[in-house]
Design a protein around this ligand. Structure first.
Ligand code: NAD
Length: 491
């Protein structure tokens, strides 16, 4: 039985600094997306609190024997941490489901185990990269030694609080850095529990700290702190730009930026199984109610398939009903906030005003329990400058454009701002590979849509969808710098 009683969950309304919870006065109210109730308060760390956390991380980096500890020992602690996360599923999954858009069944089946396994994945890199010996002249020995950067500042979004924390924090820790994480102020609590479990697993105090607060106060202070060596961020393109500015002004310091997307799905007339593709397309825009960076939000479809595909999508959409995130059986997620729902409505209104045809959805669900739930929506669009095609909506809203040939499909797929992901659905391998070459996207999926649970393929953006990569070896290596050493052999 997955359902749980929200009143029985203990909420860790605190920062986590130097191995313990630190409480401050509540500055913000935290709302449960599923019913809109205020369920906790949240402190906003000011510059002094941020400095305390960064100083703790800096001291831990210098003295706590994390960076210098045998890499296999670091890996062992991280693996133990992952084990403890799995053991804690009866607390962590409800805590995640209560305060985010993640239904409890999905939090149990995916978010918690995926987070634990992601930590194991990065732990395995800890002793796999020490640097390299260079091809110098014979009378000398040259090498590059890989070293951690120091304190990594990590800033996470609200859409998958646990797994996004893992993506940001685990590669940095595996490489020997210490971390100060700021979770989203809308989903702040599961990160505190992760930090507690890290201590239980044997991670020294100060190695992984969590500070709570909003972007303008806490996030900005973290980016600007002189002892933060790098910032790794996932969130919107607009915020990424501010963060890069802050890092430039106070560093410069390196950034990894995983930003927004408006990803196309190209469906050609030769697909062998319309129903299978329809199921893939529907899942790609309704999973987490479309609040996914790589949501397949722009359907480009060969004209002959337009009507039959829309009919199938509508059938899938009709099967999705709102539910409380703490009730077993809920599949369809709420929108994170009233503000975000208003944004969705605003873009749809402007899209229709600019000529889009509303084919399905276009309204909120009415529920007996509150919360903001938006009906999966289809907008038929002819012009690519329509807001439904152009703007990241971050909701269950699919724009649909018809094309007549491959060249037109590839031209429509190009987005002026975003290049995060794309999907290509065709039985023609040559066409699929031509599309792979032409599409400006950090990830292209062929005859599927969405990541596997493998962690090994890096993820990130072309264009203004980001800089650098999460996941894969690339994410680990982005947390190291290399010292060049040249030794004269002739003395
Ligand atoms: P957001 O940019 O509003 O906020 C993300 C985080 O940044 C939050 O913790 C916020 O408090 C903090 N922040 C805000 N302003 C800041 C500032 N000036 N300085 C420092 N920190 C600041 O994004 P969101 O609404 O939480 O998440 C949705 C966005 O994230 C979407 O655009 C989505 O595409 C993107 N996203 C991208 C990926 C990816 O891998 N590319 C993954 C998930 C989400």
């Amino acid at each position: 039985m997955s359902s749980f009683d929200p009143a029985r969950i203990t909420i860790p309304c605190a920062h986590f600094i130097h191995g313990r919870q630190v409480r401050d006065r509540d500055d913000l109210e935290v709302i449960r997306p599923a019913d809109g109730a205020v369920y906790a308060g949240l402190p906003v760390a000011d510059a002094a609190r941020v400095d305390e956390a960064v100083t703790s991380a800096r001291q831990a980096f210098l003295h706590a024997d994390w960076a210098r500890r045998a890499p296999r020992e670091r890996a062992r602690i991280m693996r133990r941490w992952a084990d403890l996360i799995e053991v804690d599923i009866d607390y962590l999954a409800p805590l995640e489901a209560l305060g985010s858009t993640r239904p409890i069944d999905q939090a149990r089946a995916w978010d918690v185990p995926y987070t634990a396994e992601g930590i194991r994945f990065f732990a395995e890199f800890a002793d796999k990269h020490g640097g390299e010996v260079a091809a110098t002249a014979h009378d000398s020995l040259g090498m590059q030694i890989a070293e951690p950067l120091g304190v990594v500042g990590a800033i996470a979004p609200w859409n998958f609080p646990l797994s996004m924390t893992c993506w940001k924090v685990a590669p940095a820790l595996a490489a020997g850095n210490t971390v100060v994480l700021k979770p989203s102020e809308m989903t702040p609590f599961t990160a505190v529990r992760l930090a507690e479990l890290a201590i239980e697993a044997g991670m020294p105090p100060g190695v992984f700290n969590v500070i709570q607060g909003d972007g303008a106060t806490t996030g900005d202070a973290l980016c600007r702190h002189p002892d933060v060596a790098k910032v790794t961020f996932t969130g919107s393109t607009a915020t990424g730009r501010s963060i890069m500015g802050a890092c430039a002004e106070t560093g410069p310091k390196p950034v990894t930026l995983e930003l927004g997307g408006k990803s196309p799905q190209l469906v050609f007339g030769d697909i062998p199984d319309l129903d299978r593709t329809a199921a893939t397309l529907a899942a790609a825009i309704t999973g987490n109610a479309g609040q996914v960076c790589v949501a397949g939000s722009r359907l480009l479809i060969e004209r002959s398939l337009l009507e039959p595909m829309i009919e199938r999508l509508k059938t899938h959409f009709d099967g999705l009903v709102p539910g409380l995130t703490w009730q077993e059986g809920t599949r369809f997620s709420p929108i994170i906030s009233e503000t975000q729902t208003n944004r969705i409505e605003s873009v749809i209104g402007r899209a229709i005003g600019a000529g889009a045809e509303l084919v399905a959805g276009g309204a909120r669900f009415e529920t007996s329990f509150g919360g903001c739930f938006y009906r999966p929506t289809i907008l038929r669009v002819d012009k690519s400058d329509n807001p439904a095609v152009h703007e990241e909506i971050f909701g269950p809203v699919l724009s649909v454009q018809a094309f007549d040939d491959e060249e037109e499909a590839l031209a429509l797929a190009e987005h002026e701002v975003y290049g995060l992901a794309a999907g290509v659905h065709t039985a023609d391998i040559g066409r699929a590979l031509r599309a792979v070459r032409r599409l400006s996207a950090g990830t292209v999926w062929v005859n599927r849509y969405g990541r596997s649970n493998d962690y090994i393929l890096p993820t990130g953006g072309y264009k203004r969808s980001g800089i650098g990569r999460d996941l894969g070896r690339a994410a680990f290596e982005a947390n190291l710098h290399h010292k060049s050493v040249l030794i004269d052999l002739n003395i």
